[in-house]
Design a protein. Sequence first.
Length: 299
Amino acid sequence: MAALAGCLALACALTTTSAAAADPFGQHAASAPQALATGAGTVCHTWKHHTGLASRLAADIRAGLRWPRRKSKRTAVVSVEVDDRYLGVECWLHAQQHFSSASVVKATILAALLVKAREQHRALTPAERSLVRAMITRSSIPAANALWVDVGIPALQHFLDLAHMRETFLPNPPGVWGLTQITAHDETAFLWLLMKPNTVLTGPERRYELRLMHEVVPWQSWGVRAGAPSRFTWHIKNGWTPSRPFGWLINSIGGFTDSGRDYTIVVLTHSNLNKRHGITTIERVATRVNHDLAAATGP
């Protein structure tokens, strides 16, 4: 059951659909251009004179996405965004391309629930807290199903509006939460809402969600935390689901905190050969990025 915890119900059912079926992974899933797979379009920018670091990050992201052909029979479609506001460095690779969220959206469900409860002048109920823990730390599908209904589409959209997540689109039909369309750009903005004071989420709300994202069970704590330096506290949410003929969708988002030295990594992928292939792609990128950012000094 644990292996299926991140697999949304409808997308799991899509594993039996024909090649003529609608693409569940967003508007670009039918093709996987080599430029996307190799990271040739990676752009890194610095506003604090870390030009060497920016160049190194761009090269390392490209290297992480460049699989030897004998190792991979499928070219994955990949989107990346890295944001280190302390060092003043950002990297993008197709960061505004849409992907289906799979279980990554569960972090947004929790944030929307917290806002809804606050606006109703109440705390989360014991039942909601139990469901939230299962949804975030174990990626429970039944818990996510229940909380998706509990929060409701209007409150979810209200949160997206407050968060200015204008590139995130709730699914139609509305019951299939894992088909929410997300971008690396919006997921990065969401992570910063959790990591820095803002007017959308209160301090206790942010700390509550970050704590749960740090308590993800070991067998699900892969992805962008790969290679993270030990002095940083990681906060992650992963998503995964198979679907023929499009291949596996594997997503990973994470924020890393260390006494004011914070950064984020988001990697979204689809058309992977299998689950392991997608995880390895993400971790090849994350290991290099984490190493580069950890080695850099000074603001």
